[in-house]
Design a protein around this ligand. Structure first.
Ligand SMILES: CC(C)(COP(=O)(O)OP(=O)(O)OC[C@H]1O[C@@H](n2cnc3c(N)ncnc32)[C@H](O)[C@@H]1OP(=O)(O)O)[C@@H](O)C(=O)NCCC(=O)NCCS
Length: 159
């Protein structure tokens, strides 16, 4: 896709009708197919919701980012997020993180937790820039495509 030079970032909640688009964005963000059924499974527990980011340019909306989250009681969790490569480094993920914080607060959460691979430098930067701090580490939590096991950092932001 040829990316537009300039535009506005719009973040909205994504109801079920938009989940096929989220599956597409997910697949492009992580460079692996992500079936709609997996999104349905992830979103099945109570308290889950999804966000979609669009890049708006000259009346055209480009769906380019997503987040899946869950809020139960005073704790929320970022389950997954991503931005398709052509739209990175334009503040899309930062906008998603701000919307996520405001929506989690609105749902009664007082903190958001997430896990990120120790080798995922862009995401670690993003989360630190968004106010998250490390509160734990899970050993050998992710298995990468090359079969290597990678630790996850647990990060938290107080809302
Ligand atoms: C991580 C990711 C979501 C960032 O999306 P993005 O829209 O490019 O992020 P933003 O433009 O909002 O960047 C915000 C800040 O994050 C940091 N950041 C983002 N990408 C970075 C990179 N490649 N290297 C270093 N820092 C980076 C920077 O501090 C950046 O601010 P700056 O551009 O002013 O320097 C995106 O790279 C992605 O989808 N990666 C693959 C999926 C993934 O890893 N998801 C997270 C799983 S836990």
């Amino acid at each position: 896709m040829k990316k537009p030079a300039e535009g506005r970032i719009i973040i909205n909640e994504a109801g079920r009708g938009l989940w096929p688009i989220l599956a597409e964005i997910f697949g492009q963000s992580f460079d692996e197919p992500w079936p709609l059924a997996s999104i349905k499974n992830l979103m099945a527990p109570t308290g889950c919701w999804a966000l979609i980011a669009e890049f708006a340019n000259d009346e055209i909306l480009y769906p380019c980012g997503f987040a899946l989250a869950r809020a139960v009681g005073e704790e929320a969790e970022l389950l997954s997020m991503g931005v398709i490569p052509e739209f990175r480094r334009r503040g899309v993920a930062s906008s998603i993180m701000r919307a996520l914080a405001s929506q989690a607060l609105h749902r009664g959460a007082r903190a958001i937790f997430l896990e990120v691979g120790v080798d995922n430098f862009p995401a670690k930067h993003l989360y630190r820039m968004s106010g998250y701090v490390e509160v734990g580490r899970r050993e050998n939590y992710y298995r990468r495509a090359n079969r290597e096991l990678v630790d996850a950092l647990v990060m938290k932001v107080v809302l």
